[in-house]
Structures are given as structure tokens and as C-alpha cells.
Design a protein around this ligand. Sequence first.
Ligand code: FAD
Ligand code: UDP
Length: 371
Amino acid sequence: MFDWLVVGAGFAGSVIAERLASQRGESVLVVDRRNHVGGNAYDRYDDAGLLIHQYGPHIFHTNSEQIVDYLSQFTEWRPYEHRVLASVDGQLLPIPINRTTINKLYGLNLTTEEEVEAFLAERGERIEEIRTSADVVLSRVGRDLYEKFFRGYTRKQWGLDPSELDKQVTARVPTRANEDDRYFTDSFQAMPAGGFTRMFERMLSHPNIKVMLQTDFRDIRDVIPHRRVVFTGPVDEYFDFRFGKLPYRSLQFEHVTLEEEWHQPVAVVNYPQDRDYTRITEYKHLTGQQHPKTSITYEYPSDIGDPYYPVPREENQELYRQYKHLADATPNVHFIGRLATYRYYNMDQVVGQALAEFRRIQESIPVGAEV
Ligand code: FAD
Ligand code: UDP
């Protein structure tokens, strides 16, 4: 009899399993239907010996000291600040849009933040209430920059026009009047020094934790005795799609090794105007690995395949709320993570959510309690 059955070995499942095992001394079985731990943050060495991210580029960034302290028990860090270029009108330009982007794109020489703000204010559209992902960008930078950098990319990535998506999607990407070309401005930005998978292995290597891979929850839920469940898979699947399918956006990844030392100047180049893929990632920029060859990944968005992104739209939230009511009313099952709570969360937010859920468990369930 396991005290806990944790479904999913990604950030949500691994963090809560580690806490339950190490802080409560309870027995935990972690199952994942994939053949590896780490969920979407899984990385591995490819045939050429280059460390790649199986499910697209993952860069760790956070403003929470508590989350850094927690994860630092399981990894050292390699400082890394992420920079992204967008291929627009035949040039590679900084995204988030900043002063350099505007100067290079329009052949200008704006030198102060005031000049850039004035340039943007002249073009930004007046929109009464910012509701959609189109509103966010149009109001800040105007139509030309919106169409060049955001409209095409978003249509590819989501299969929807920005006007059909909640504002939170494009609001993830700021616009800056200065020359800061970092993708994130969080106080802590780094990569796990030995890779993500190594960090997960350390987290899960505890005598109270057993991990079963290539194991679907549905196949073992009635077979392996357990008291309580933490579910981190898609919440609609848990309830057999009772209210209909929740939309999740998927991706197809094409991993390639090239016979050259470097392919592009930064880790990620976005393609908002042409190509079927959204972006190309070159991992050596992230990992610091030295190698005569280089491995890259093309990302092709898709409706079919594993669920990666909840799709932020009001109608989807409405459907999610129905599942959330059911989830709240299901005793002895805890729902956490990006798929189970249908939230467009970054890794640090998922860690924070799992630690918060653990605190609630500590407050409400005595160690070893029967159900
Ligand atoms: P997941 O990692 O999806 O783990 C869920 C696990 O549950 C999966 O392994 C799945 O196989 C398993 N599972 C589901 N159902 C079942 C079942 N029935 N039985 C058994 N197992 C099951 N975040 C950042 O902070 N920085 C980034 O740069 C970043 N880049 C990203 C890039 C891409 C392309 C994507 C898709 C995401 C990115 N993220 C990034 C977000 C990050 O991946 C997530 O926040 C985090 O991995 C979510 O962890 P999770 O445990 O909630 O879910
Ligand atoms: N986006 C865009 N052009 C870009 C970068 C981002 O239109 O060059 C939009 C797009 O809708 C994307 C969203 O902003 O889905 C959020 O971007 P982010 O880089 O945070 O996406 P993620 O890394 O989560 O896929």
C-alpha cells in the first residue's frame, strides 16, 4: 500500500513526491506514461553527444528566492541570460522589441528612452479596454510592429489570431524603450549545471520514492493499492472528458545535428513572418557545451500530439471551471501542474504551486492518516 500515487514525473509531480517522501516519511509511487522523468523539461544527450531539450528550449528564471533555494538542493547552476532574435524583413532583430529593434528596422537613430516612448506613443492604437493579445501589442507599438513581430508568430503558434486569445499570452513579451535585450528580467536566471534530467533524478532518488515509467495511471489505478493521489496530467482526461475536451496546443519537434560548430548567434531565433516553424533553438548557447558540431530544434505548432500549452481564452476557462468544480469535489485527489490546473505556467510557477499544495497537505492531513 502506497501512501501516495503521484501521476506525472514533471516539475509538479517530482516536487510534491520529494516533499511527501522527505518531509512526511510517507511512501510514494510516481508513474509517468513517458519513458523518462522530467516531463516537458526533460533533456538528454543526442547521438552526437550534445545535450538537447526533447520538448523545446527550457530556460529557468524566477524572482522567488524560496524556489531557487528549494531546487538548489538538487542541482548546481550555470548562470545564463536568455536572448532571442526575430527574423524580420531579412534582418535578425532583438525581441522583446527594444530601442535597437526600432532603430535597425526603421534605419533610425533614437538615443533616449523618451524618444522611443514618443515614437511608440505616436503609433500605438487607442484601445478602450485591453482584452485580447492583439489589444496588448497594438496599443503599445501600433500595427506595423504588431504585424511584423506578433501576428504571424501567434497565428502559427496557436492556430488563432491574437484577437482570439486572452491578453496574458502576448503580455508575456514586454516592449522596452531601452537597449536591454534580455528575454527575461527576473532576478535569477540560470540553467541546471548538469541538465534538467539530472536534477529530477536527484529529486526522485529517495528511499521512500518508487518511479514507474511507461505506466499510464488508467492501467494501474485499480491495481496498485494507494491512499491518496496527486494528479498532474490533463484534468479533462482524469474525468473522461465528461464536459468535452479542453483544448491544449501541441508541438512537433524536429531535432537535427549539423556538421558545423555554430548555426546562429543566439540560443533562439524566432520566425514571425515566414517558415512553417515558429523558432529554431541551438542548445550549446544554453548549456555552454563545447563541441565541434551543433544540435538544433525546429518547432512546428500542431493541434495533434501531446498536450503542451493550455489555450488561454475565456470560453476555455469556462470549460475548465466545470472541471475545477469536479476536481474540488473529488476527495483524496490533488490536482497540480500546468495540465491539471489548465494554467500557462512557467517552471518556477509550477514549483511554487507544488510547494504551496504541499503546505496545505501538511496543515490538513496528519502523517499516515487513513482515508
Ligand atoms: P509536465 O511537464 O507536462 O508533466 C506532466 C507529466 O504527466 C508528463 O510527463 C506526462 O507524461 C505525465 N502524464 C500525464 N497524464 C498521465 C497519465 N494518465 N499517466 C501517467 N503519466 C501521465 N517554462 C519556463 O519556466 N521556461 C521556459 O523556457 C519554458 N519553455 C517551454 C517551452 C516549451 C516548448 C513548453 C511546452 C513549455 C515551456 N515551459 C517553460 C513550461 C514548462 O514546460 C512547464 O511549466 C513545466 O514543465 C510544467 O510541469 P508539469 O509537471 O506541470 O507538467
Ligand atoms: N510572440 C510573438 N512573437 C514572438 C514571440 C512571442 O508573437 O517573437 C507571442 C506568441 O503569441 C507567443 C507569446 O507571445 O505564444 C508568448 O511568447 P513566449 O516566448 O513567452 O512563448 P513560450 O516560450 O511560452 O512558447
